[in-house]
Write a protein that binds this ligand. Structure first.
Ligand code: G6P
Ligand code: ZN
Length: 542
């Protein structure tokens, strides 16, 4: 029996770069999750009798909110809910299930790479029928709805047993608990030459994959160890834990520190990789080399034809604006179109749906293709392995050859985390106001050629997104981008993206920090980072 529950709105349910992310304590307020879920349902139309996919990265609150969603889906008239066993579905696997099962959409529960646990983060994101994140138009409508919502619908009934595969009924709706890995593993087998990768591994090629106690554990164990024959122990931290073992499931130098030590240590394996909380990010390392996400996108695009799923070549490449121009060089050389979008995977959806691009990537450790509508951590790992299996060269050799052909975009992102919001916004607004005066000012020997604020006109649906980052372009091609993160849950995070291009004939083996030292100084001189943030350096350098 459907119950109508009276509620009052919360003012803070505005979805950010990737859905609604808040502290667990915020989500634990009475009606908080319910309000948001009902706001999503209220802006959808024609879903009665349709299928909703539900799953998450296993973090604290995952199971509770799944039960809430199942009850509300039944009360709102969905015909079926597909939920991953144990409440688990990686973000790319959820995207695949939505597409493959012809679902109306899905709710993915995750705060991605943010920490989990009672004092940490949780999140809810709605994905549409193409398997990708809801577009801005829809997230704006959800937010608007959440500000006036006064009731939600639910049903009474026992919890669904999430730990047993199979079907149950709830108030006329079917709930199917599905294997979260099977469909996804099958898709990977279609895209990549598993035989070649198996042969590479059988010849002694060693891999270390750090699942960071997050959602990719079961996927990586099945694919890398079972199907590709990598020895036991290849996957480390392979059991998803509600608090990720107290660590941040963020595959970067700071949080995947152990993996970095291993890959730069005396007995380094040939290949190292990690993924984040919900399995959409990737970190790629070779023996003694870290491949930046921007370089990884470029190298994958240049070599994708070596994998069966991409043998016919690419239609185009897309990258977010702050991502380095390394992929542009590849696109240019291969005669492919290159699209530059705002930060956020949702902006790739239209380009992929319209068949304009095949591969997309972001500096924030996201790479993916038209196989789903999310970025996909294990996909990137498997494409790398497929390329390595065909070329039979080291990661280091592949990157050296790449730079020798296309040149090298030295690149780093400096993050100032937990900055006072007012100070961060003031820095940005002052810099915005100064943009017209910056060309052709010279600081530390670098002359600003152009200064603007990035805005995007979606070539498919004509929508416009403004205020997407402040850009300084320097004579000689260097670039600095400033933007505030849209995914944090406490304070502001200021991101500064530094980039300098060196052509194929230039110096290709500098230390990144040394190559970018001048630019970092220029960024501070122009924007007053130290002055505004009160910090003498970034919290994290990626
Ligand atoms: C999430 C999104 C990405 C985005 C990243 C960084 O992972 O899915 O598309 O690039 O966050 O966003 P931020 O706003 O924190 O820089
Ligand atoms: Zn993620």
């Amino acid at each position: 029996m459907t119950m109508t529950i009276t509620t009052t709105p919360f003012a803070d349910q505005k979805p950010g770069t990737s859905g609604l992310r808040k502290k667990v304590r915020v989500f634990q307020q009475t009606h908080y999750a319910e309000n948001f879920v009902q706001s999503v349902f209220d802006v959808l139309a024609d879903y009665v009798g349709q299928t909703l996919v539900v799953g998450g990265d296993g973090r604290f609150l995952n199971r509770d909110v799944i039960q809430t969603i199942i009850r509300m889906a039944a009360a709102n008239g969905f015909g079926r809910v597909l939920v991953g066993l144990g409440g688990i579905l990686s973000t790319p696997a959820a995207s695949n299930v939505i597409r493959k099962q012809g679902a109306f959409g899905g709710l993915i529960l995750s705060a991605s790479h943010n920490p989990g646990g009672p004092d940490e983060d949780f999140g809810i994101k709605y994905n549409i029928g193409n398997g990708g994140p809801a577009p801005e138009k829809m997230t704006d409508a959800i937010y608007a709805r959440s500000k006036v919502i006064d009731r939600y619908f639910t049903v009474q009934g026992p919890d669904v047993d999430l730990d047993r595969l199979g079907e149950t009924q709830m108030a006329g709706m079917t709930v199917s608990v599905i294997d979260p890995v099977a469909d996804y593993a099958k898709l990977m087998e279609q895209l990549f030459d598993f035989g070649a990768i198996r042969a590479l591994i059988a010849d002694g090629f060693s891999i270390s994959f750090d699942a960071m106690h997050a959602v990719t554990g079961p996927y990586a164990l099945e694919i890398l160890e079972r199907r590709l024959g990598a020895p036991a122990g290849t996957v480390v931290n392979g059991t998803p834990l509600p608090d990720f073992g107290g660590l941040n499931p963020d595959p970067n130098m700071v949080h995947a520190h152990d993996l970095f030590e291993r890959m730069f240590g005396p007995d380094a394996p040939d290949f190292g990789a990690a993924s984040d909380g919900d399995g959409d990010r990737n970190l790629i390392l070779g023996r003694n080399i870290f491949v930046t996400p921007s370089d990884s996108l470029a190298a994958l695009a240049a070599n994708a034809h070596l994998a069966p799923g991409y043998a016919q070549g690419l239609k185009g490449i897309a990258r977010s604006m702050p991502t380095s121009g390394a992929a542009d060089r590849v696109a240019h050389a291969l005669g492919l179109p290159l699209y530059e979008t705002p930060t956020g995977w949702k902006f790739f959806g239209n380009l992929l749906d319209a068949g304009l691009v095949t591969i997309c990537g972001e500096e924030s450790a996201g790479t993916g293709s038209d196989h789903v509508r999310e970025k996909d951590g294990l996909w990137a790992v498997l494409l790398w392995l497929n390329i390595l299996a065909v070329r039979r060269e080291s990661v280091e050799a592949i990157m050296a050859a790449h730079w020798a052909r296309f040149g090298r975009n030295y690149y780093a992102r400096h993050d100032y985390e937990g900055v006072d919001i007012v100070a961060a916004e003031r820095l940005v607004s002052e810099l915005r106001a100064a943009l017209p005066r910056l060309p052709v000012r010279t600081t530390h020997g670098l002359t600003v050629a152009e200064a603007d604020e990035f805005e995007y006109l979606d070539p498919v649906d004509g929508s416009r997104s403004q205020g997407q980052g402040l850009r300084l372009r320097f004579e000689g091609g260097a670039r600095i981008v400033f933007r505030l993160s849209g995914t944090g849950t406490s304070g502001a995070t200021l991101r500064i993206y530094l980039e300098r291009y060196e052509g194929p004939e230039g110096v290709l083996d500098l230390e990144t920090a040394a190559a970018l030292a001048d630019l970092a100084a220029v960024a501070d001189a122009i924007a007053g980072i130290v002055r505004y943030t009160g910090r003498d350096g970034p919290t994290v350098i990626m």
